[in-house]
Ligand binder design. Structure first.
Ligand code: PLZ
Length: 453
């Protein structure tokens, strides 16, 4: 890796976290910002680069969140920043529906080339992950003439009305926001840690297929949508064979198989896309987050016959494929290539998995078996926390670990249907030393908290 960092890559605290300036902002925020937007790490960021975030009090924190898997190449990557500035100096917007520009087409070419499968593909660009998912469903419904959409337990697909319907977890995402979009059906996921079918992904897929056949009937199903590794739902990695069996069933029944790679895509899991680990070729793939290093950009990519089935004017949006966001995406992709960030993600995955597995073993040996499972791939690894020796979720422990790690200068996140998963999503350009230091804080906090609970 050749990326030189602008900010010193170190953890350095000069005040409590959050410090006085961060707390001042929190006060202003309370009287200006809607209460529904709740920050998990209440610090005021003034700078960020590589693996560090600097707050207004002068604290330098280790970033193990990447703004939820977004800033994979660093939050102020030089190549991206230069491309953004250059494009902003030329033009910030034309609306691709009005007048075109090369960046949009170039991003679509990159997506068509890099997504799994060498069939003829097309892409269309939007701004958010939820918007990409909405449009994948629109395209699948139009192309098949069928109404139903199948999603899974623990799924997260967004916060708009249709994507709330697709998202599984009620609080906080859906609670009291209904009624939800119709013709969305939920099926059991393969969740090896909690699933009686365990590591048998084929059986888990067949269980879902039997329910689809009996409750909906295949000829009414437009699309099956699944995250190849579930993000918000708890970094659930389905058992081998689950995705492939589902995709194959979709193929034979004329159902569009949609892989939602908004969180897992763009080198995050050690390959360009997480479904590649299973050799699965989706009909449609949704991407966002890591695609443009924080500039709002998302996409639907897939079979040309599906995307081109839509009538001219049927897809769009004022900002979709904004030229500045496209410039950021092209620079981000270049950085991922130049620095082989897929290999880097695999390297990070080994360090994180080994460290957390060692901690799990040590805790169990001391009679504190609070780590139920260490799982994930590449730069997307989590621990599921449980009451010692059981599978009963321990969300309080997860919250406490993340809060204490923050007070010691490490930003991490919780996730999971039961809120009991601590997930690590470091920028893929983080230095090994800094990563190990951040992990050390997480494991220290885990060990201390487990021993005292
Ligand atoms: N699909 C798989 O992970 C976004 C949500 C943060 P948007 N996940 C982070 C929050 O609490 O709002 C996500 C995802 C998958 C779709 C989305 C939605 O992407 O860009 O947030 O709309």
């Amino acid at each position: 890796m050749v990326i030189a960092h602008r900010l010193p890559q170190r953890r350095h605290l000069v005040t409590d976290v959050p410090g006085p300036r961060s707390r001042d902002l929190a006060t202003r925020r309370q009287s200006a910002v809607a209460a529904g937007v709740a920050p998990s790490a209440p610090i005021q960021v003034v700078d960020a680069d590589g693996g560090v975030i600097v707050d207004a009090d002068g604290n330098s924190l280790i970033d193990l969140g990447s703004g939820i898997a977004v800033t994979s190449v660093g939050a102020s990557n030089r190549t991206v920043a230069d491309a953004v500035a250059a494009q902003a100096h030329r033009f910030t917007h034309t609306c691709f529906l009005v007048t075109g520009y090369e960046g949009y087409v170039a991003v679509c070419e990159e997506l068509n080339r890099r997504t799994p499968g060498d069939h003829d593909k097309r892409s269309v660009l939007f701004t958010s992950g939820a918007e990409a998912v909405e449009n994948a469903v629109k395209i699948a419904r139009l192309a098949t003439g069928r109404p139903a959409v199948v999603a899974f337990d623990h799924a997260y697909h967004g916060r708009t009305n249709l994507t709330m319907a697709l998202t599984a977890k009620s609080v906080p995402y859906k609670h009291d926001f209904g009624p939800f979009a119709p013709e969305v059906y939920r099926m059991p996921m393969s969740y090896p840690f909690r699933d009686e079918l365990g590591a048998d992904g084929v059986a888990a897929a067949r269980r879902a297929i039997t329910l689809i056949d009996s409750q909906i009937s295949a000829d009414k199903v437009a699309a099956v949508i699944v995250e190849p590794i579930q993000g918000e739902g708890g970094f659930v990695v389905p058992a081998p064979g689950f995705l492939g069996t589902l995709a194959e069933w979709c193929h034979t029944r004329g159902v569009v198989f949609v892989a939602d790679e908004v969180q897992s895509g763009f080198c995050r899991t050690g390959d360009w896309f997480a479904c590649e680990h299973e050799g699965v070729v989706p009909d449609l793939i949704t991407t966002a987050k890591g695609i443009a290093d924080g500039l709002p950009l998302s996409a639907v990519t897939g079979r040309a016959d599906l995307l081109d089935a839509v009538h001219p004017g049927g897809l769009g949006g004022t900002y979709g494929g904004n030229p500045v966001a496209c410039a950021a995406a092209l620079a981000t992709i270049e950085e991922m290539d130049t620095n082989d960030l897929c290999a880097r993600a695999r390297h990070i995955g080994t360090i994180v998995t080994d460290t957390l597995t060692e901690t799990a073993t040590a805790l169990a040996a001391d009679g504190h078996a609070v780590i139920g499972e260490v799982r994930g791939r590449g730069g997307m690894i989590a621990v599921e926390l449980v009451r010692p020796g059981t599978t009963e979720p321990d969300p309080a422990l997860a919250r406490s670990v993340v809060a204490q790690a923050l007070s010691r200068g490490v930003v991490s996140l919780t996730c999971g249907t039961y809120g009991n998963v601590v997930r690590l999503l470091p920028p893929l350009v983080i230095d090994d030393g800094l990563l190990r230091e951040g992990l050390g804080v997480i494991t220290d906090v885990l060990t201390e908290t487990a021993a005292s609970s």
